[in-house]
Design a protein around this ligand. Structure first.
Ligand code: PLP
Length: 386
């Protein structure tokens, strides 16, 4: 009897020796989000490179944020605020007290906010809905939790949201519906009427994640943010970032706001000390930098009209934008077009990974950058009759 027992223990230990690492099987399904190329990955003979591939601010960063960074650079030995209370209070002031401090969830980027939301609401047996062409994390993050992401594509030449299609795709397993307005990579937006219809039609067990990181650039009369829905107590989360209009992409800081119930829940799973001290200080200062936002938005609006005018003259297929970038459909394949553009020192972004396999996304830049893009477009077009 004793011998049998020993044999059993020995076999168990032997088994342990041959156990493989436990890779979650569903993680093989999707690769991690791939950002655009960085400047040091580019080889070109052009004298100057214009990076129009990552929707960054062509005017740099908020000067008030830079001032704050300089002021705090000597205190790196001190831990940042654990609770992010000061940033949440600054956000509440920025929203003129309409949202309370407790309604904000701050994270070290907009993407990290999306990840936290997915972590909070999705598991192996759940589903989310998104609409291609779309920002990759909406379908890549759920895959990390073994969840299913259902694509209900945008429809027609204007990339309209298929509200009925989304409502029909909702079932008991649905946890999140992602929408983006202005949308990356199309630059198009969702009308208030459509957002109203979606919010009204979604059942109570579904959270609407409304990604509005480009909201500062939107000027359509019927554009609406997530804010009125959150104020009405709907299960809506408005996702924001300091990477775009504030020009702080390199610092990695973002936030979202929602009902008290949802935000307090998400803060429970948020990693403590998530945001570094410099990012916290820069973000708080940036929130008070209206001038910089006004300057940035004015530049983008002026430049988009200039670029439309020039593209019309060349009879190019492009989409009008509510963001700081626009989508074009060149006659070359996107990868060939990207390579041709690099020869002239212009970085653009093929967006096959976003569900637009024939298109290129171009960030609006300074007049010099846009002129270089347009002149390169004209030369490539003449060469290959785009
Ligand atoms: C639609 C959309 N949402 C969220 C983000 C995340 O921004 P970040 O992680 O830089 O804050 C981006 C960035 O490109 C975006 O385009």
């Amino acid at each position: 009897m004793q011998e049998k027992k020993l044999e059993y223990v020995y076999l168990q230990q032997l088994k342990l020796l041959f156990m493989p690492l436990h890779f979650k099987p569903y993680l093989n399904a999707k690769a991690a989000y791939k950002g655009g190329k960085s400047l040091d990955q580019i080889e070109t003979k052009a004298e100057k490179i214009f990076k129009l591939s990552s929707n960054e601010n062509p005017l740099g960063s908020s000067p008030k944020a830079i001032e704050a960074l300089k002021k705090h650079i000597d205190t790196l030995n001190i831990y940042p605020d654990n609770s992010d209370e000061r940033l949440r209070a600054a956000l509440s002031t920025f929203y003129e007290g309409r949202l309370q401090d407790s309604q904000f969830i701050t994270t070290n980027s907009g993407v990290a906010n999306l990840e936290l939301i997915v972590q909070g609401f999705m598991d192996e047996d759940s589903e989310c809905i998104y609409s291609n062409p779309a920002f990759g994390p909406y379908f890549e993050f759920p895959a990390k939790f073994g969840a299913r992401a259902i694509n209900v594509p945008l429809t027609g030449d204007n990339f309209d949201l298929d509200v009925d299609g989304i409502l029909n795709a909702v079932n008991q397993k649905t946890r999140i519906v992602f929408i983006t307005s202005p949308n990356n990579p199309t630059g198009t937006y969702i009308s208030k009427q459509d957002v109203d219809r979606l919010v009204e039609g979604l059942p109570d067990h579904v959270v609407l994640v409304y990604d509005e990181v480009y909201y500062q650039y939107a000027d359509a009369k019927d554009y609406v943010r997530a804010l009125p829905y959150v104020l009405n107590g709907k299960n809506v989360i408005g996702v924001n970032s300091f990477s775009k209009a504030y020009g702080l992409a390199g610092l990695r800081i973002g936030y979202s706001y929602s009902t008290k119930e949802i935000s307090e829940y998400l803060r429970k799973i948020r990693r403590p000390f998530m945001i570094n001290m410099l990012s916290l200080e820069a973000a708080m200062a940036a929130l008070g930098d209206d001038d910089f936002i006004k300057k940035t938005v004015a530049l983008i609006h002026k430049e988009k009209n200039y670029v439309y005018h020039e593209l019309d003259k060349m009879d190019v297929k492009y989409w009008k934008t509510q963001a700081n970038f626009f989508l074009v459909k060149p006659k070359l394949t996107p990868l060939e077009f990207e390579a041709e553009m690099i020869k002239y020192g212009v970085m653009v972004r093929p967006v096959a990974g976003f569900g637009a396999p024939e298109c290129i996304r171009v960030t609006l830049g300074t007049r010099e950058a846009n002129e270089t893009f347009l002149s390169a477009y004209s030369k490539i077009r003449n060469k290959v009759l785009l």
